[in-house]
Write a protein that binds this ligand. Structure first.
Ligand SMILES: C[S@@+](CC[C@H](N)C(=O)[O-])C[C@H]1O[C@@H](n2cnc3c(N)ncnc32)[C@H](O)[C@@H]1O
Length: 222
């Protein structure tokens, strides 16, 4: 069992995750990628598992995983998103962030069972075309892998502004034996919880007239 982390988000232990290159970086961003990123970058083991708590000193009680943070709605902006995150890490002297600049599923596959206390997948790409639905990250294989790496009682937080993806998520996650939906009333999923920071993508969705939805699931006890 792990204990809950302190309440301030900056103290939460998180592994953040990104990929892909975007526009050329400004000089300051490039410097951060060259100097700070190597200190925060997660190296996947060639074989075996990676205990995520060993990435931090002192060893944390709980590690949280965010899959697919970005600076915008385009995949191409992703490395710029990493650079923005690095600037934040430096400005706020955060000691509890580690970054993998590759496909999150590689990291999930390398994590040991019951090693992550919270998982965030915020506004994952909706892949609206039917023939691309198989690319959606919230699906059977990833859900099974997440169920394995999450501790009992850990929370999975999903956000989307796409009604079709919302229905897709609600057809799959609560149906999975490991996950229970934490919603009693419509406001539980129509209003962002107060301890859930807004993302840039959410602001863009609202500005474009789309409504964001927020889903919280508890990993059931094994
Ligand atoms: C629409 S953006 C949302 C970004 C951010 N979560 C937000 O709310 O502002 C989706 C992000 O997920 C990332 N992504 C998609 N598939 C991924 C994968 N398999 N592993 C890691 N990141 C992924 C994309 O690069 C993109 O930055």
């Amino acid at each position: 069992m792990t204990t809950r982390p302190p309440d301030r988000p900056s103290e939460h232990r998180r592994v953040l995750y990104g990929r892909r290159r975007g526009r050329p970086l400004h000089r300051g961003q490039q410097a951060l990628v060259e100097t700070l990123l190597p200190r925060l970058a997660v190296t996947l083991p060639a074989a075996g598992t990676l205990d995520p708590a060993t990435l931090f000193d002192p060893r944390p009680d709980e590690v949280w995983l965010e899959i697919g943070f970005g600076s915008g709605e385009h995949l191409a902006a992703f490395e710029n998103g990493v650079a923005k995150l690095l600037a934040d890490v430096q400005r706020r002297a955060l000691a509890n962030v580690r970054i993998l600049t590759d496909d999150a599923r590689l990291l999930i596959a390398a994590l040991p069972s019951a090693s992550i206390g919270r998982v965030f997948i915020l506004f994952p790409d909706p892949w609206p075309k039917q023939r691309h639905h198989k690319r959606r990250i919230v699906a059977g294989e990833t859900l099974a892998a997440l169920a394995a790496i999450m501790t009992d009682g850990a929370e999975l937080r999903l956000a989307t502004d796409d009604l079709d993806y919302l229905a897709w998520m609600l057809a799959r996650v609560p149906a999975h034996p490991a996950f229970a939906w934490l919603a009693d009333r419509p406001s539980d999923w129509r209003v962002r919880p107060t301890d859930w920071p807004a993302t840039r993508y959410e602001a863009k969705a609202i500005a474009a007239g789309r409504r964001p939805y927020f889903l919280r699931f508890r990993r059931r006890a094994r």
